[in-house]
Ligand binder design. Structure first.
Ligand code: NDP
Length: 485
C-alpha cells in the first residue's frame, strides 16, 4: 500500500496488533483505482474470543477509574487524532475513496469531536438523590459492561469513535468490528487509544464479515450491541441481541424527504440538496434523497442544480481540489447503476448524469432524476449513492403525507423563508434528525438517530449516555422495618 503508516496486522486486541492468517483473506481495494492496497484476515472464533476476553478482563478496572481520569484519556486521544489529522485522512481516503477535501474536515475531526465531548462529559455523569421523607433513594449510573460496535463502510473512523467515545466515557469496554470493505481506520484509532493512556483491552478491533459480527452479537459476555448498517442487517442483529436480552443502538438506513417550498432561497435549497445527496458520493444514511420541490420553482431548481453540478470536480480523491470521488466498491457501484436503470425504465426523467465513468475506479456521475413519483423504486428504496430524485408537490398537507409514507424515519429537511411553516411541517414529519434551511449537519452536541425502521436509540449528545449506562436504584430506610408477620 502506498502509505507509510498503515496498520501492521488485521486485529488489535489487548493493546497490540494480532494476526491470524487462518481467517479468510479480505482484500482492501482502493476505490479510485480498483487496486488492492492491503489485505487483512477475518477474525477466527479464537480471535473473537481473545478480543472479548480482553474487553471483559479490562472492564472492571476501567470502570473503577474516576470518570475524569477516563475522560482525560479520551481527550488526549482526541488531541493525538487532531495532530495526525492529515495522515488519518489520507488513510480514510484509501479505505473509502472519499475525497481528501472531505476526509480532512469530516472524519478524523468528527472522531476527535466525539472523544473530546464525551471525555468532557465523563466527569459530569452522576445518579440522583430522591428524598422520601425520612427514607431516601439514590441512583448510581453504572457501566453496562462489554459493548460491541459494528460499523458500516461510509464513515469508518467516525463510526468507531461515535460508538467508542460514549461507551468508554461510561466505563464500558468495546470490541469494534469495522465493515469488511473499510477495515483499516479503526485500527489506527485503537493504536491511538493506547498511546493516549487507555489500558490494554479497553478498545479492541476485530475484522470480519457478517459471521464475525454474528458471533460477537450472541456472545454471553457482551452487554450491548451498537450497529450502524442497513435495515435488513439491523433486523437480524436486533433479534439476535434480543434473544440474549442485550441493550441495542441501531443506526440504520433512510429514504429521507427534503421539502423545498416555493418561497425558499433557491441557492440555499440547491446547496442543501447537494450536501444531502452528493457529499461522500451520496453514501450517507441521512441523505435527503426524496427532494419534494414545489411545482412553481421546479424548473428553476433543476436549472440551478445542473449548473452547480457542472462545477463538481470528479477525479483523484487524493487531490485536494477533487470534490466528488468514487463509490466505495464495485459492488456498491453495480447496485447504484441498477437503481439508475430502474429509474429510467419506470419513467423518471434523467436530468443529468446516469453513467459510469470510464476507467478502473468505481466512479458514477452525479445523477438527478425529475418527475419521480411516490411509487417508483428510486423513491421507495435506499440507493446509497449519488442519485437525487425530484418529486413535484403543490400543497403542504399533501407533501407531509407523502413525505411520511415510508418505512424509514431517519432524517427530514424543510427549506422555506416562512419559519412558522417550517416548524409546523417539521413537527409533523416522522423523522429523528431534522433540518430547517440546512441539511446533514451532525454536530456531536446534537442527538443523532432515526425513528420507525431507521433505528433505535441515539448517538452523540447527552442522550447517548442513556444508551451506554444503566441506573442502579438504592432504597435506604432510616428507621425500623415493618413486616406483616
Ligand atoms: P450492512 O448492513 O451490510 O453492514 C453493516 C455492518 O454489519 C457491517 O460491518 C457488516 O459486516 C455487519 N454485519 C452484516 N451481517 C451481520 C450479522 N448477521 N451480524 C452482525 N453483523 C453483521 O451495511 P453496509 O456496510 O452496506 O452500510 C450501508 C448501510 O448502512 C446503509 O443502509 C446505510 O443507510 C446504513 N448507514 C446508517 C447510518 C446511520 O447512522 N443511521 C450511517 C451510515 C450508514 P460486513 O460488511 O463485513 O459484512
Amino acid at each position: 500500500m502506498p502509505y507509510a503508516t498503515q496498520p501492521t496486522a488485521s486485529h488489535f486486541i489487548n493493546g497490540q496488533y494480532v494476526e491470524d492468517t487462518a481467517g479468510d483473506a479480505i482484500p482492501v481495494i482502493y476505490p479510485a483505482t480498483g487496486a488492492e492496497i492491503a489485505r487483512v484476515h477475518a477474525g477466527t472464533p479464537s480471535i473473537v474470543d481473545q478480543a472479548l476476553a480482553a474487553a471483559k478482563a479490562a472492564q472492571p478496572a476501567w470502570a473503577a477509574l474516576t470518570p475524569r481520569d477516563r475522560g482525560r484519556i479520551l481527550t488526549r486521544a482526541a488531541q493525538i487524532i487532531r495532530e495526525r489529522n492529515h495522515d488519518l485522512s489520507v488513510l480514510e481516503t484509501y479505505d473509502t475513496g472519499k475525497p481528501l477535501q472531505e476526509t480532512l474536515v469530516a472524519d478524523a475531526t468528527s472522531a476527535a469531536d466525539a472523544l473530546e465531548y464525551f471525555g468532557g462529559l465523563a466527569g459530569t455523569l452522576t445518579g440522583e438523590h430522591i428524598p422520601l421523607g425520612e427514607d431516601w433513594v439514590y441512583t448510581v449510573r453504572e457501566a453496562l459492561g462489554v459493548c460491541v460496535g459494528i460499523g458500516a463502510w461510509n464513515y469508518p473512523t467516525q463510526i468507531a469513535c461515535w460508538k467508542a467515545a460514549p461507551a468508554l466515557a461510561c466505563g464500558n469496554t468495546m470490541v469494534f468490528k469495522p465493515s469488511e470493505t473499510t477495515p483499516l481506520c479503526a485500527l489506527k484509532i485503537a493504536e491511538i487509544m493506547i498511546e493516549a493512556g487507555a489500558p490494554a483491552g479497553v478498545f479492541n478491533v476485530v475484522q470480519g464479515m457478517g459471521e464475525t459480527g454474528a458471533q460477537l452479537v450472541t456472545d454471553p459476555r457482551v452487554a450491548k450491541v451498537s450497529l450502524t448498517g442497513s435495515v435488513p442487517t439491523g433486523k437480524r442483529v436486533y433479534s439476535a441481541a434480543a434473544s440474549h436480552m442485550k441493550h441495542v443502538t441501531m443506526e440504520l438506513g433512510g429514504k429521507s424527504p427534503l421539502i423545498i417550498f416555493d418561497d425558499a432561497d433557491i441557492d440555499n435549497a440547491v446547496g442543501g440538496a447537494i450536501n444531502g445527496n452528493f457529499y461522500s458520493t451520496g453514501q450517507v444514511c441521512s441523505n435527503g434523497t426524496r427532494v419534494f420541490v414545489h411545482k412553481a420553482i421546479k424548473q428553476q431548481f433543476l436549472d440551478r442544480m445542473k449548473d452547480r453540478l457542472a462545477n463538481a470536480v470528479i477525479g483523484d480523491p487524493l487531490n485536494e481540489a477533487t470534490s466528488f470521488g468514487p463509490m466505495v466498491s464495485e459492488r456498491q457501484l453495480d447496485i447504484v447503476m441498477g437503481y439508475i436503470e430502474k429509474g429510467q425504465s419506470e419513467g423518471a426523467t434523467l436530468v443529468t448524469g446516469g453513467k459510469r465513468i470510464d476507467g478502473n475506479g468505481f466512479y458514477i456521475e452525479p445523477t438527478v432524476f425529475a418527475d419521480v413519483t411516490d411509487d417508483m423504486t428510486i423513491a421507495r428504496e435506499e440507493i446509497f449513492g449519488p442519485v437525487l430524485s425530484v418529486l413535484d408537490f403543490e400543497d403542504e398537507e399533501e407533501v407531509i403525507a407523502r413525505a411520511n409514507d415510508t418505512e424509514f424515519g431517519l432524517s427530514a429537511g424543510v427549506f422555506t423563508r416562512d419559519l412558522a411553516r417550517a416548524h409546523r411541517v417539521i413537527a409533523r414529519l416522522e423523522a429523528g434528525t431534522c433540518f430547517i434551511n440546512s441539511y446533514n449537519d451532525a454536530p456531536v452536541e446534537a442527538p443523532f438517530g432515526g425513528v420507525k425502521a431507521s433505528g433505535v436509540g441515539r448517538e452523540n449528545s447527552k442522550a447517548a449516555i442513556e444508551h451506554y449506562s444503566q441506573l442502579k436504584t438504592v432504597y435506604v430506610r432510616m428507621g425500623d422495618v415493618e413486616a406483616p408477620f
